[in-house]
Design a protein around this ligand. Sequence first.
Ligand code: AMP
Length: 218
Amino acid sequence: MRRVIFLGPPGAGKGTQAASLAREMDVPHLSTGDLLRAAVAAQSELGREAEGHMKAGRLVPDDLVLRLLRERLDQPDARDGFLLDGFPRNVAQAVSLGRITLVDRVLDFRIPSASLIERLTQRRNCPKCRRVYNLRTQPPRNDAVCDDDGTLLVTRPDDREEAVRTRLRVYDTETAPLSEYYRGRGILRPIDALGEPAEVARRVRAAVADLTGSSEPL
Ligand code: AMP
């Protein structure tokens, strides 16, 4: 099966890599950050509860995130596999996930923390197609609009420096211990996340080649 988790600090490039890998593996890309942002945009009750935590860079309470994720995993397109991006974020979430489904592989994106603040504060997103740019290293062709659909790019409210610092701290204390958790289960693969996106993509494909049934990296 192709039930894959992307683990790694904010700014490591998980979202970029997840979008293309999910397409190639023909599984849905499930980002709890995206699900939460959609709930905030819709101003649902859950979205209103999550909003303050997200803006500050803190984790949203586990029960809210689990509710969203469970609903999404129940959809028919997630039956044969999924690529989870941004979940689990702590050991309690990993334990809850283990009660819902098996996991085949966890890719652990490794990157020196010094690179992350710049990567996050220079990040711009297309709100329509979710493509991610970096003003310094992956700039859009045309000022501030998306190359693919011309939509005005946005800065996530939690990519401002103060929230970024909180997110990195939260990662170190709450999420990083998951490497050990999954290493102990024999399904963790470290990924060197530094370098060109195409180079990182090759490492990612090599780490899941056996799951996708291709002897060559995709
Ligand atoms: P991301 O897009 O993955 O960087 O997530 C953005 C924000 O959404 C995080 O900083 C958290 O506030 C919230 N969030 C996303 N996924 C989770 C999760 N699994 N548990 C708790 N909060 C989350």
